[in-house]
Structure formats: structure tokens, C-alpha cells
Write a protein that binds this ligand. Sequence first.
Ligand code: ZN
Length: 265
Amino acid sequence: MMLEPESLNLPRYQRQELFPGLGRSGQRGILNARVLIVGLGGVGSWLSELLVRAGVSMLRLVDDDTVDWTNIARQAMYDELDAAEHSPKVYSAAEYLGRINHNLDIEPKQTHLYEDNIARLADGMDLILDGTSDWSSRFLINDYAVKMDIPWVFASAVRDEGQVLPILPGKTACLRCVFETPPTPEEEKSEKASRVGILGTAVAAVAAMEANEALKILAGRTEALSPYLTKLDLWSNQVRQIPAVRDPKNTCPCCGQRRFDFLEG
Ligand SMILES: [Zn+2]
């Protein structure tokens, strides 16, 4: 396929570069970034598309799921054919994203994230983004990211609600500074989208907030990162910002005492 020469040049990002928060140097950071997205459901699918459109040129995608009909109402990138064929999400996503940017370096990995594959999957990445819907993966990512000093962004969505927290290991509060332990399996099960429902609008809003924090990190504008755990309740139009503070006395088991309980299994 022949592409217009201008599609290969930076002018496609001109509107973003005009935004003072990014500028040309910020855009360069985005273009050179290597990003791992774990989970390609609701949040992860919108997140992937936003990042590729913004100029991220290397993405590694991790998900073991296939597309089904209940996904279409809230998940970007997938269509009826994917649902009919139960296509693996990582491969449908790679094909779709490759049509947005033909220069995209994309690595689909059809697997779940475990303590014994996270080092391989996160190798060489500048940023890890949470598109998962399970807390064990989030606590595992937090352990690995803090241990290896890789920035990451936590996000979750269910019903009409969501929450987002950007994490710079050793500098800002980590996931365990805010939530010391994951919910119990029973608590987690009772909060699943398959049980309590979920709105595509909430998913897209959370993904946009997560992508926004990601762009700040990639652009080197970490001073603009949110110092809060931001909670959205879309249906009742509420936003709550809860200060996310790292205890200077290092009481956090993960980023304070450097105990990586979830990584060690
Ligand atoms: Zn911590």
C-alpha cells in the first residue's frame, strides 16, 4: 500500500506539539517510548488506541483472552467478526493498531501475567500500564515496577466507577502505600463486571485519564503527574481526589521495606 509522504512525518502530531504541556520535546519522548500494556479488556483497549494515536511507536500487549459478544459494548478495537471468531484480543488489537500507524512496532503476547514471566514481558519497557481486571496482576506489577524502578499507572473500572493512580517508584506512593493488601477472592468476585455490570463510558473515561498520566511520564513531564488516587463516579458526576502519600518513614512493605511478596509468589 502506498502512503502519502506526509503521513510518515511529524506533522501528524502537530496539534499535540502545539499543546504547551508537551511541545516538540515531549512529543519526541512519546515517539521513542516502549510501553507494556497488561490486559486488553475495556480499559486496556481504549488505552492502546489512545497511545498509538498519540505517537507511541513500540507496544507490547499482554492478554490471554478472546473477544466475545459481551465485549463489544465497551471495548475499543474489536468488532463483530472478532466476536464471531472468538479472536485472541492481542492479535485483533495488533492488526487494528497497525492500521493506525504502519510503522508501529507491536509485540502481541497471548498469555496471562505471572510472577515467572513478568521479567521477560516487561524487559526493556519504559512504562507499564494496567489494563487488567484482577488485583493479583496489579500487585504483581507493583512489586516488579518498584523493584526494577519502572514507572507504571494503576487503573480500574467497574459499574459507572473508576480509579487511576500514576506511580513513580521511590518518588510517589505505590499501590501498596494506598491499598496495603488486595481484596479477598470473595470480595473481588462480588465486584466483577460480569456480576455488577459496567458502562463503556466509565471504561473510556478511566482509560483516557490513565493515558493522560502515561503521556506525562513518556514526555518527561512528571511534575504534572496527579498526586492523587482519582476516583470517578460517572453516573452521579462525581470526582474525588484522595491524596496518595508515600510514608517518609518507609512503612510501606513494598516501596519502603522492599519486600516483594507478590513477585516472590
Ligand atoms: Zn509503597
